[in-house]
Design a protein around this ligand. Structure first.
Ligand SMILES: *Cc1c(COP(=O)(O)O)cnc(C)c1O
Length: 374
């Protein structure tokens, strides 16, 4: 929440008190209905007619859920039989995928990705493709439509990690970045990123509407999920989760959505991307796909140098020095990193609706001021 003159803000303290546990309808009726309503709207934005979903503590956890769900779909008797008798399962993803994919794979005993081709020749079974819509460092989008063609042809589950890029679905102008997402089997989307719903707020959406989530994750604990309740127990959604109690994270997005409206959320996305475009208009960089602006500051002493090993080595040291100076001065906290053979560069990701063009101008002027003498 940022607009503090809004009526919702006065309710906020009371609502925070209501942050209770939840797993069955009688424990948490309102939050379960809120979660259902929010998931339904998110599913519409993906372009599915129906679907299922769950809010999780993090996009990383959503990716893990999806991976396990895809494996369950591939071998539905895994809960009874375990892993024995299965071929070695492999998944495809890109080098730019989020590191949570590696974590999820190792957690589930699925083959690490670098050995894929060797392992397939050893009789392993591909079952899943994890595409990324908005990579964390560079903000790149995988071509979902083309990937979906391949998945369809080979009967592979398609998971799209749209933790970062999913919010572009809210913008009529930018949703084409995710063209083809409706063909995915599951989507991870974090409204706590670009839409700035209170952290944590992360959903896994699943296209299947035949209770796959519940079948995959349920343990039917009899002290919570009595199967002989003589009424519709479909709201006892807790058994879809690997957790027992959960925070009602959907509520934060519901509040933000109610306060800003769909057009307000759309404005957030459009504004973030417009500011990113403004920033690069002052830089000599390639046109980025999303809001991640990655750039080098080349001090004048390096500008006439040839781009050989010495140049890159020197440039590598520039960002850490400027970073040190900005932190000690207290003027900015811009981050930097190396990435895949590229020496240290700055990375600015614009999302806050409070950031203005003047701030973008300041950012560049300040870097120049701090690094001019290098
Ligand atoms: C941020 C991010 C994640 C992880 O989300 P958490 O909520 O921080 O766990 C996963 N994938 C991508 C592409 C991300 O940018």
């Amino acid at each position: 929440m940022t607009s503090c003159d809004h009526e919702f803000c006065s309710l906020l303290p009371i609502m925070i008190l209501l942050y209770l546990f939840r797993y069955t309808y009688e424990v948490s009726p309102v939050f379960l209905l809120v979660e259902e309503a929010v998931l339904k709207r998110m599913i519409e934005f993906i372009g599915w007619k129906e679907g299922d979903g769950i809010f999780n503590p993090g996009g990383s956890v959503s990716n893990m859920y999806a991976m396990n769900l895809a494996r369950y779909k591939y071998c539905p008797d895994i809960k009874e039989k375990g892993l024995s008798g299965l071929p070695r399962l492999v998944l495809f993803t890109s080098e730019e995928c989020h590191y949570s994919m590696n974590k999820a794979a190792s957690f589930l005993g699925i083959v690490q990705m670098t050995f894929l081709f060797w392992i397939i020749s050893q009789g392993a079974a591909p079952f899943l493709v994890c595409a990324t819509a908005g990579t964390t460092v560079l903000g790149a989008f995988d071509p979902l439509d083309k990937i979906a063609d391949i998945c369809e042809k080979h009967g592979l589950w398609l998971h799209v990690d749209a933790s970062w890029g999913g919010s572009a679905l809210m913008s009529r102008k930018h949703r084409k970045l995710l063209h083809g997402i409706h063909r995915a089997d599951s989507v991870a989307w974090n409204p706590h990123k670009m839409l700035m719903a209170g952290i944590q707020c992360c959903a896994l959406l699943v296209k299947d509407n035949s209770d796959l989530l519940k079948k995959c994750y349920s343990a039917k604990a009899s002290y919570l999920f009595q199967q002989d309740k003589f009424y519709d127990v479909s709201y006892d959604t807790g058994d879809k989760s690997i957790q027992c109690s959960r925070r009602p994270d959907a509520f934060k997005f519901w509040m933000t959505w109610k306060a800003l409206g769909t057009t307000g959320l759309e404005d957030r996305v459009n504004r973030a991307l417009a500011l990113a475009r403004y920033l690069i208009s002052n830089l000599n960089v390639f046109f980025p796909e999303y809001a991640n602006i990655c750039f080098w500051y080349i001090p004048s002493s390096l500008r006439k140098m040839e781009e050989g090993p010495e140049f890159w080595e020197k440039l590598h040291q520039v960002a850490p020095v400027i970073k040190e100076r900005m932190m000690k001065k207290g003027s900015m906290m811009l981050g930097y990193q190396p990435h895949r053979g590229k020496v240290n560069f700055f990375r600015q990701v614009v999302i806050s609706p409070q950031v203005s063009r003047e701030d973008m101008d300041f950012l560049l002027d300040e870097i120049d001021l701090l690094g001019r003498d290098l």
